[in-house]
Design a protein around this ligand. Structure first.
Ligand code: F6P
Length: 369
């Protein structure tokens, strides 16, 4: 058996842990030959790959980034190197020329969408759900999310001590694209006073009211805002648009927008921290190392069983798989009646809206964290 591995889209803590688990278990259980495509789908388009030995994938569990490199522009259906040409048949031909029995593709929704399209053309894929944003459909968790939340929580903790000392409003802008998972979880873990997520467009006057009320008592306020959050009736703040990218919009700037809006409405000084790529760098948490390893082993078992066209998933604490077409081109948003949103409201955290009547969770409710 000969299997390829590819990491696509933005990098994420835990990629190397998955590569290690997939490769080692295929080598040990199936005596498979494993090769790694370099720089995501660019490796499949331009046939850039290297054979991976057991030694190559040893000692990488804790390493951040990806030993294979990645690329978030290399879409074979709109190849940026050839002015948006469709080079997908070249990928299919390369796959057959290399004598591959399948490819384990580790990525987010963009990568799964490409894999699904290529799968229909005869390239056999098994997917592994990666992204710090936790926004892939049909899996309760993606690997990398726990690490990003830990890093963002550490930032909230640190902003609290300096904010408290100076009596300031401290805003932390997290990543997460159009879903509020990172902001919500880090805000909860760090006991933020206000959490703003894209799924619940905020009212600036309500946030100012919370800050002013706290000025009278605690003197400081911590606000965690996801980069995709937006004012009610307003738009998301776009940092830049990247041409040639399958995902051209780069969000960012809502933290500074909020700060400008709040300055005239509160007495305290307002400061903003944009956490950025720190959330994606470095070693994965213990949880992500374990999740990535189990995802990788499960992906290898799907390969061994000839179950292609599926992505590994975690549902209600159990490993399972889901067909690629059910994941492609979709985003998993925070349900506004989820346990986490209700828990935030239950402990008095503002979600930036006055009109929210969120019921407390009751025993027996079907709610996931
Ligand atoms: O999808 C992961 C992510 O880190 C998002 O949270 C963020 O919006 C985006 O990627 C940033 O992309 P780039 O690394 O291209 O700036």
């Amino acid at each position: 058996m000969k299997i390829g591995i590819l990491t696509g889209g933005g990098d994420c803590p835990g990629l190397n842990a998955v590569i290690r688990a997939v490769a080692k278990s295929l080598m040990l259980q199936c005596d498979a030959e494993v090769l790694g495509f370099e720089q995501g789908f660019l490796g499949m388009i331009e046939k850039k790959y290297r054979d991976l030995s057991y030694r190559d994938v040893s000692g990488i569990l804790t390493a951040g980034g990806t030993i294979l490199g990645t690329h978030n522009k290399a879409n074979p259906f709109e190849y940026f190197g050839a002015d948006g040409a469709d080079v997908s048949q070249q990928v299919v031909d390369n796959y057959h020329e290399l004598g591959l029995d399948g490819v384990v593709v580790i990525g987010g929704d963009g990568t799964m969408t490409i894999a699904h399209q290529l799968h229909k053309m005869g390239v056999r894929f098994v997917g592994v759900p990666k992204t710090i944003d936790n926004d892939l459909m049909h899996t309760d968790r993606t690997f990398g999310f726990d690490t990003a939340v830990s890093i963002a929580t550490d930032a909230v903790d640190r902003l609290q001590t300096t904010g408290e000392s100076h009596g300031r409003v401290m805003i932390l802008e997290t990543m997460g694209r159009y879903a509020g998972w990172i902001a919500l979880h880090a805000g909860m873990a760090g006991a933020a006073d206000v959490i703003l997520i894209p799924e619940l467009p905020f009212e600036i006057d309500e946030i100012a009211r919370v800050c002013r009320a706290r000025e009278e008592r605690q003197r400081f306020t911590i606000i965690v805002v996801g980069e995709g959050a937006k004012p009610r009736g307003g738009e998301q703040v776009v940092r830049e648009t990247i041409e040639d990218s399958p995902d051209p919009i780069r969000l960012g700037g809502i933290g500074n927008y909020l700060s400008e809006q709040l300055k005239s409405r509160v007495d305290s000084e307002v400061r903003t921290t944009v956490l950025g790529h720190v959330q994606r760098g470095g070693t994965p948490t213990a949880f992500d190392r374990i999740l990535s390893t189990n995802f990788g082993i499960y992906a290898a078992s799907l390969v061994a069983a000839g179950r292609f066209g599926e992505m590994v998933a975690l549902k209600d604490g159990k490993l399972c798989s889901i067909e690629l077409h059910k994941v492609a081109n979709k985003t998993r948003y925070v349900p506004v009646d989820s346990l986490m949103v209700r828990a935030a409201a239950a402990v008095g955290t503002s979600l930036g809206r006055r009109d929210l009547n969120i019921d407390l969770a009751k025993p027996g409710d079907d709610l996931t964290i």
